[in-house]
Design a protein around this ligand. Structure first.
Ligand code: S3P
Length: 194
């Protein structure tokens, strides 16, 4: 895959509540990149909130919308992409994102996730009598795929700004590695010109 890989975009994957959207928005502002959030795109396309998509159409219909959006993202340029927690846990979605983006996984422990999501009610997968048990199970199932991201960044007890700065640094390093450098000019670099 590395032969055709172009790092034009930055994709944030990771479990619910790891700060993908807030971190992504912050980075996009700093780098003057566009920002997209796959959950927002899906809600617009479906014309209803995610809780309703799950309730009325079922999770498979939601995952199909995710796959469509992932395919469309391949045409983006200079875009920070925040993904829904399940999107980056799918091997095909991940492979597709890697073709045009550096994929960074934001990481937190089940306890860290719970601290951030327990006051929110918009995540149908956590609408469970034992949400903490559900977080542990889902996170364990998804970890093997999340770990295939290019970079893993721990978000535990770190501010959005700290995490964003870490991610931006990784992005700049990756871009320097993959964007071809200009050839040295022999007049200005006499010792490296040949
Ligand atoms: C999901 C995570 C949510 C949203 C949907 C399903 C998941 O996004 O896509 O509720 O499967 O983990 P966030 O990670 O932004 O909460």
């Amino acid at each position: 895959m590395s032969g055709q890989r172009q790092i034009r975009n930055l994709a944030l994957i990771g479990f619910m509540g790891t700060g993908k959207s807030s971190t992504g928005r912050w980075i996009a502002l700093q780098m003057h990149y566009d920002f997209v959030d796959t959950d927002d795109l899906i809600e617009k396309r479906a014309g209803k909130p995610i809780t309703k998509i799950f309730a009325e159409d079922g999770e498979p219909a939601f995952r199909e919308l995710e796959r469509q959006i992932v395919g469309e993202l391949a045409t983006r340029n200079r875009t920070v992409i925040a993904t829904g927690g399940g999107l980056g846990a799918d091997e095909e979605n991940l492979a597709s994102l890697k073709r045009h983006a550096l994929v960074v996984c934001l990481w937190a422990t089940p306890e860290g996730v719970w601290r951030r999501v327990n006051s929110q009610a918009h995540r149908p997968l956590l609408n469970d009598p034992d949400p903490m048990g559900r977080i542990r199970t889902l996170l364990a199932q998804r970890t093997p795929v999340y770990r295939q991201a290019d970079v893993l960044v721990n978000t535990e007890f770190r501010s959005v700004r700290e995490v964003a700065q870490h991610v931006m640094h990784e992005f700049q390093v990756a871009r320097q590695r993959t964007v071809p450098r200009e050839k040295p000019n022999p007049a200005t670099h006499p010792r490296t010109g040949f």
